[in-house]
Design a protein around this ligand. Structure first.
Ligand code: ADP
Ligand code: 5GP
Length: 198
């Protein structure tokens, strides 16, 4: 049986990662979306254990001490981390894993799992990113400015990623992500291993 792959999706806050990944999961129900832990407050409609594991800072530090994270990072004043256990369980079952994580976390994962595939999701323009962040209505104007500043820094690292997807329409972005995942499973090494195992 094939082993699953890790697909890292990064991109500015508000670009539409959650929206696009939700639609991708409908198209590829076998994908495993890794639920991160965070110390930030839940937004309206966010459910503990579904969108994030919402932890206080002490518990987050305990998880770090117990080596529970594949990676973790600080982002605009809060901690975020990927619990390791479920990622490995899913991969061992042959499922592809999606990590929606920022750039510091992406670097850590690639240091540990060199075959992880990195995909950067960008907005069609900067004014459109600001419009999406404002329209989402979940962050104060001050937080939006912090996230936009951070986005400009993150954008400079995009050339280190394997793929670059522009989220102009959700449909297009999903189609490209789907195509990337299919192509990544057509590499000679994986295909030859399948043939040789028969
Ligand atoms: P992220 O997870 O990257 O922070 P979200 O998925 O929460 O971003 O999306 C931010 C806002 O942008 C939401 O209000 C969402 O409905 C909207 N959005 C997402 N993708 C698109 C798109 N392709 N076109 C227009 N609006 C979008
Ligand atoms: P938000 O607060 O908008 O949900 O997420 C803020 C940022 O944190 C986004 O860039 C998102 O990709 C990132 N993020 C979410 N979960 C994790 C995680 O487990 N690890 C890291 N490093 N970043 C994460």
């Amino acid at each position: 049986m094939r082993r699953g792959k890790i697909f890292i999706v990064s991109g500015p806050s508000g670009v539409g990662k959650s929206t696009v990944l939700k639609a991708l999961l409908e198209k590829r129900p076998d994908l495993y979306f890794s639920v991160s832990a965070t110390t930030r407050e839940p937004r309206h409609g966010e459910i503990d254990g579904v969108h994030y594991h919402f932890l206080n800072v002490d518990t987050f530090r305990e998880w770090i001490a117990k080596d529970e994270f594949l990676e973790y990072a600080e982002y605009v004043g809060n901690f975020y981390g990927t619990p390791k256990k479920y990622v490995d369980l899913a991969m061992n079952k042959g499922r592809d894993v999606i990590l929606d994580i920022e750039i510091q976390g992406a670097i850590q994962v690639c240091g540990k799992r060199s075959d992880a595939v990195r995909i950067f999701i960008a907005p069609p323009s900067w004014p459109e990113l600001e419009r999406r962040l404002t329209e989402r209505g979940t962050d104060s104007p001050e937080k939006i400015q912090k996230r936009l500043l951070r986005a400009k820094v993150e954008f400079q690292t995009a050339y280190t990623y394997d793929y670059f997807v522009i989220n102009d329409s959700v449909e297009n972005a999903v189609e490209e992500l789907d195509a990337i995942m299919t192509a990544e499973h057509c590499k000679p090494k994986e295909r030859m291993e399948i043939i040789n195992s028969r």
